[in-house]
Design a protein around this ligand. Structure first.
Ligand code: NDP
Length: 295
């Protein structure tokens, strides 16, 4: 789905890539689409283990936005003391339930649990977070499947604000399988066609590499690491990193200084986070369609 957002600008003149607004537009489009199809039952199930406060906030937000979109959401909650077997049993029940179209296991799991075997249980068609080996393998091979929501949300922001990636030089800072690596794949794949550099903690002279880029995606989790000096005038700067400080949530990008150099920039919060949820809902609807729901 491509949702065109009306532009607004920062004080420094950069195009503001407003994730809250684009998420709300996306939710509205999904709702209209589901209603137009006669409101078929489309179900997102989440699995939350333990009492990690940020995880609970994220899961609650996902349910709230799912409901707004007309998606049924089912919440499975297990205590911090849950065993590996109990978690796997809960996930197995959702995997075999044909009424459930998408499953999200909220990470991180408590320390005594191993997330890998739990994620491995998810079939690619229900893996709406796109994080399992099979989903990532499909992404690498260009096969149909669900792409991870955060990098997909970044692509939606870029596309919806009319920023071209074709032939552009992009840099992704961070190489995790959750964000950086799939982001590099999405920017580079046929159709997006950016020439992408994947940077990490061993990259030498990161500032020079960033200054060559038309698009910077900062996903290192290092508060304020991208300064105005990292940014070529007019470049697009997308902030994925989240650090928690006394002043609240802080991104990898020093918004105050970068916004007067960049051509387009995401706020933090209010940029990539809301789009992660929007893409989770998009993937859920796509999962339902794959399962035979007309929508
Ligand atoms: P990881 O810790 O798994 O990966 C961080 C990556 O950043 C690593 O590849 C690391 O390099 C690299 N890195 C760390 N420090 C530097 C540095 N100084 N210079 C260059 N590269 C560096 O984190 P995730 O990928 O899981 O998450 C990244 C950030 O995104 C976090 O802050 C997380 O909270 C946030 N996030 C935000 C979401 C959103 O919706 N906005 C969703 C998901 C995550 P190396 O591999 O060499 O160690």
């Amino acid at each position: 789905m491509n949702v065109v957002a009306e532009p607004s600008y920062t004080e420094g003149g950069a195009l503001l890539l407003d994730g809250n607004r684009l998420r709300d537009l996306t939710v509205g489009h999904l709702r209209a689409r589901i209603e137009a199809a006669g409101s078929p039952a489309i179900c997102l199930a989440t699995v939350l283990v333990g009492d990690d406060a940020p995880s609970r906030v994220y899961v609650n937000m996902k349910h709230r936005k799912a409901t707004e979109a007309g998606i049924i959401s089912r919440s499975v909650e297990l205590p911090n003391s849950a065993t590996q077997q109990e978690v796997e049993q809960a996930v197995a029940g959702l995997v075999t339930d044909s009424n459930v179209h998408g499953i999200l296991v909220q990470l991180p799991l408590p320390d005594h649990l191993d997330a890998e075997p739990v994620l491995a249980m998810l079939p690619p068609e229900k893996d709406i977070d796109g994080l399992t080996d099979r989903s990532l393998g499909r992404l690498v091979r260009g096969l149909p499947g669900h792409a991870p929501c955060t990098p997909l949300g970044v692509m939606r922001l870029i596309d919806s604000y009319g920023i071209s990636t074709s032939g552009q030089r992009a840099i992704v800072v961070g190489r995790s399988t959750l964000v950086g690596l799939p982001q590099m794949l999405l920017l580079s794949r046929r159709g997006a066609d950016a020439t992408t550099t994947l940077a990490h903690s061993r990259t030498s002279d990161l500032m020079s590499v960033c200054r060559e880029a038309d698009i910077i995606v900062a996903a290192a989790g290092q508060a304020g690491m991208i300064t105005a000096d990292h940014v070529r005038p007019g470049a697009t700067v997308i902030d994925v990193g989240i650090s928690r400080s006394e002043d609240g949530i802080v991104g990898d990008v020093r918004f105050d200084e970068v916004q007067s150099v960049a051509g387009a920039i995401t706020p933090m919060p209010g940029g990539t986070g809301p789009m992660t949820i929007a893409c989770l809902l998009e993937n859920t609807v796509a999962a339902a369609v794959m399962a035979g729901v007309s929508c």
